[in-house]
Design a protein around this ligand. Structure first.
Ligand code: FES
Ligand SMILES: [Fe+2]
Length: 386
């Protein structure tokens, strides 16, 4: 057997049908070599969700985002087009801006090289004597940026298919929620000592709910029994796991805020947990969306920003602030804390040399299995590994 971590033989058991398959070997959660290849084959190839459009409503608004180790600026230019530029100055690579804000030009804080909002170098002091120096050769790299339902996505790969094509029938499935009319009302930021895949896998199953979310259940949903998810989707593209609201742990029992009135009766009774691979993880109850933006920072660390968005009409209600602070945010905070805790617990176990995967539950872990195979399809390649 080939000794390389990329040898397809090592993953043959994850490729089997789910009722025979094993989870991914522990090494793929800890190896730097594997992580680097994930960055190249997944994060530098796929559509990545970077912000919401309402974060940059006006010309000149920008946010700084670090993704896959790349410092980026997502901004709205003077024509109101959303663009993504490299945040590394073309002189000696200083970070151009930090945080978020509004500007007419990007002025480097180091030696004041100045760029337009389209990334064009407009000014470079004291460069008159530099031989054959042409400002046109030093524009900022720009990256493909497209939007869906208020989400802004970027892609480092110029050859990638357009975002809407990649989304398949997802926009149709969720169109009644009118997510483009929702606005961000709250964000939580956490840094986890765990590999990014552990976070994605944990989001894909209800198997852990009765144990990991015991405190949430007892506090907010006493009597909830059935945490099993119903799964639909397209392997390798997206997955939707759904639970009914009564047991879905997401709608406060004493709810006061309205549901989105354009959704179907069935959607009114369910909460959907959705992944559009690899990077949009979203919870969709009938009244809002919550999405978890994750940023891998090496094999052992992941930064997670959780965003909560409500419809504008709900945010305009007189009692909105009071209700969300009282009934909606506290359970979400407890959920995040419980999930963060368990991801770190899993990572502490997975680093051991005797860590060895068992088997998947075919009824509970269909989407975890699909995700494992999605990772293999990219890192190892679908052909060689079959
Ligand atoms: S590094 Fe930006 S102007 Fe020098
Ligand atoms: Fe959870």
């Amino acid at each position: 057997m080939n000794d390389s971590i990329f040898s397809p033989d090592k993953y043959a058991n994850t490729r089997l049908p789910i009722d025979e398959a094993q989870p991914l070997p522990a090494a793929v959660y800890t190896s730097q070599e594997w992580y680097d290849k994930e960055m190249e084959t997944i994060f530098f190839k796929e559509w990545l969700q970077v912000t919401r459009i309402e974060e940059i409503p006006n010309p000149g608004d920008y946010v700084r985002v670090d993704i896959a180790g790349e410092p980026l600026i997502v901004l709205r230019d003077n024509d109101a087009t959303i663009r993504t530029l490299s945040a590394s100055c073309r002189h000696r690579s200083s970070e151009l801006v930090e945080g978020k804000g509004n500007c007419r030009r990007l002025v480097c804080p180091y030696h004041a090289w100045t760029y337009s909002l389209e990334g064009k170098l407009m000014g470079a002091p004291s460069m008159e004597d530099a031989k054959d120096f042409d400002m046109n050769d030093h524009n900022l790299p720009t990256f493909r940026t497209e939007t869906w339902a208020g989400f802004v996505f970027i892609n480092f790969d110029d050859n990638a298919k357009p975002l809407l094509e990649c989304l398949g029938d997802l926009p149709e499935r969720f169109k009644d929620y009118k997510m483009e009319n929702m606005v961000v009302t709250k964000k939580w930021e956490n840094r986890f000592n765990a590999n990014w895949k552990i976070w994605v896998e944990n989001s894909r199953e209800g198997y852990h709910v009765r144990t990991v979310h015991r405190e949430s259940l007892d506090t907010y949903y006493p009597g909830a029994k059935n945490s099993k998810f119903k799964a639909e989707g397209k392997p390798g593209v997206y997955a939707i796991n759904s639970s009914d609201n009564e047991n879905g742990l997401y709608i406060p029992r004493n709810k006061t805020l309205p549901f989105v009135d354009s959704i179907s009766e069935d959607d009114q009774e369910h909460t959907h947990f959705m992944v559009f691979y690899p990077h949009l993880l979203m919870n969709v109850p009938p009244d809002r969306i919550t999405f978890h933006q994750y940023f891998p920072e090496g094999p052992e660390w992941t930064r997670i920003i959780t965003w909560c968005c409500f419809p504008k009409s709900t945010v305009a209600l007189e009692n909105f602030e009071e209700e969300v602070e009282d009934k909606y945010y506290p359970p979400m905070e407890l959920f995040i804390k419980e999930d963060k805790g368990i991801c770190e617990v899993v990572h502490r176990g997975i680093v051991g040399r005797y860590a060895n995967p068992g088997r998947f539950s075919p009824t509970e872990e269909q989407t975890v299995y699909e995700f494992a195979n999605y990772v293999l399809d990219h890192v190892i390649g679908p052909e060689e590994s079959k």
